[in-house]
Design a protein around this ligand. Structure first.
Ligand code: SF4
Length: 134
């Protein structure tokens, strides 16, 4: 399977563009257990593409939402949170993926059990970022 479209979506914003330096001491940056667990869950996406293959619309929303949320839940991801979601969704659309109609086929076939709640969180972030971008 050609997954280079995924690479281009990641390159459009799925990173933190600051020097993060060496590994931090534990608890240097307080992160709640709930947020840490959710970020870790999203970060477990391996970019396999099974969600796109399973979706009747050919949507990449589960993949993109996992990559947006793995950073959006952490303090390090906040400075670029809005531009990240706008750019990654724009690149996803440019790649020609289909729209999400919440069939849930992606979640059912995902080998890493990435939850549909990631898509809901992406939609919230996207709406908020769109309104702030006016
Ligand atoms: S099926 Fe799951 S692990 Fe694979 S790309 Fe989609 S969200 Fe990521």
């Amino acid at each position: 399977m050609d997954r280079t479209a995924f690479d281009r979506v990641i390159a459009s914003g799925g990173y933190i563009s600051v020097n993060t330096g060496n590994a931090q001491d534990a608890n240097n940056i307080p992160i709640s257990k709930v947020d840490a667990d959710e970020a870790f869950g999203s970060a477990s996406c391996i970019g396999c593409g099974a969600c796109v293959a399973a979706c009747p619309n050919g949507s990449a929303m589960l993949f993109v939402s996992a990559k947006v949320n793995q950073l959006g839940k952490l303090p390090q991801g906040q400075p670029e949170r809005n531009v990240r979601v706008l750019d990654m969704v724009a690149q996803m659309d440019k790649e020609g993926f289909g729209f999400c109609s919440n069939t849930g086929a992606c979640e059912a076939d995902c080998p890493k059990e990435i939850s549909l709640t990631n898509i809901a969180a992406l939609n919230r972030d996207y709406l908020k970022a769109s309104l702030m971008d006016q």
